[in-house]
Design a protein around this ligand. Structure first.
Ligand code: ZN
Length: 137
């Protein structure tokens, strides 16, 4: 299976300021997507199973997590790109901000750890042509 890593420009946008950076994104193959979907399903069904222990609340919580797990699983399964690395500064305080490895579902909503401002991260529209930097077989 081929896994491609490409580098794209990203923009961090708070209410008034913007900062640009880059992100490296990995294309996920079908088996990775199934793995992500099953991980979400297992997580929420696990929580649902745990909720069986709570009297009365389990009538609501167990069906909720069973349905929510299916929803989150489908949601994770359709995403075909994963962030592997990124470099962007907080648009408000300018401190470097490290994105956690996450499924690339734009926009990403983040909160700066140093100034507590929330901002959205989007792919840079001026740099839509992703630059392929490596390819592994
Ligand atoms: Zn900040």
């Amino acid at each position: 299976m081929s896994r491609e890593i490409s580098q794209i420009g990203i923009v961090a946008q708070s209410s008034q300021k913007t900062a640009s950076g880059f992100a490296r994104i990995q294309t996920l193959g079908p088996s990775d997507r199934i793995k992500n979907a099953l991980r979400q399903l297992g997580l929420y069904w696990g929580i649902g199973l745990f909720c069986v222990l709570f009297p009365l609340l389990h009538f609501i919580l167990v069906p909720f997590f069973l349905i929510f797990g299916v929803f989150m699983s489908v949601r994770a399964g359709v995403v075909d790109r994963e962030l592997v690395d990124s470099s962007v500064a907080c648009p408000e305080c300018g401190k470097p901000f490290q994105l956690k490895t996450a499924l690339a579902r734009w926009p990403l909503n983040e909160v700066c750890q140093s100034c507590r401002w929330s901002f959205a991260i989007l792919p840079d529209s001026r740099n839509l042509s992703a630059q392929k930097i490596s390819s592994r077989g």
